[in-house]
Design a binder for this molecule. Sequence first.
Ligand SMILES: [Zn+2]
Length: 222
Amino acid sequence: MRESIIRHESLSASRCRSIRIALLVCLCAVALLSSCGKKDPLRDLESARVVRIRDGDTIELADGRAVRYIGIDTPETGQPYADSATLFNTALVLGKTVRLEYGRERLDRYGRTLAFVYVDGRMVNLEILKAGWAWCFFFGENLKHTRELVQALDGAMDSHRGLWKIPQPETTDHYVASFTSFRFHRPDCPNASDIKKDGIVVYAVRDSAIYHGNAPCKNCRP
Ligand SMILES: [Zn+2]
């Protein structure tokens, strides 16, 4: 009798074990299937090969198109740190196959293609900001990824990377920006006088205007 109880218990224990193993196999299969079905968000983007680097924010593709990165601006050729920005961009993408994500506006006024560019799953526009070789430059309707880009810039400025190793010199006693345009000006800039009174933001420090995602006006060059 005692023996049969023991045998009965061990039988039901082994049945439990089998059920547990079967459940585990099922769970693994479900996990495997769902990971196979997960779509790479970059998979459907157009891909192209980078054959030349123009500067820190512009590249050329094998099909002849020039691509200007959306949302960032790097020092112009001849300005301090322009070479560092170009070298950083070169190391990231030259000779590589990249993926292009377009904004709402496809071309700028110079006929360059505007894009967020991805290499090895990373967004180049963001990487250049993170390294401290660019400031944010938003315009028109191309406002995708704005928050991420400003956060990347702020991280670089907080850690004094690249352009932000030393504070930028002040060029006037205060700066004027608007809530909507992402530009800042010298107070005497004609563009600044166009800003509506209730939309004016005043910054005492140049770097503070940049930190909030504003780019220096190309006319008054604050
Ligand atoms: Zn201006």
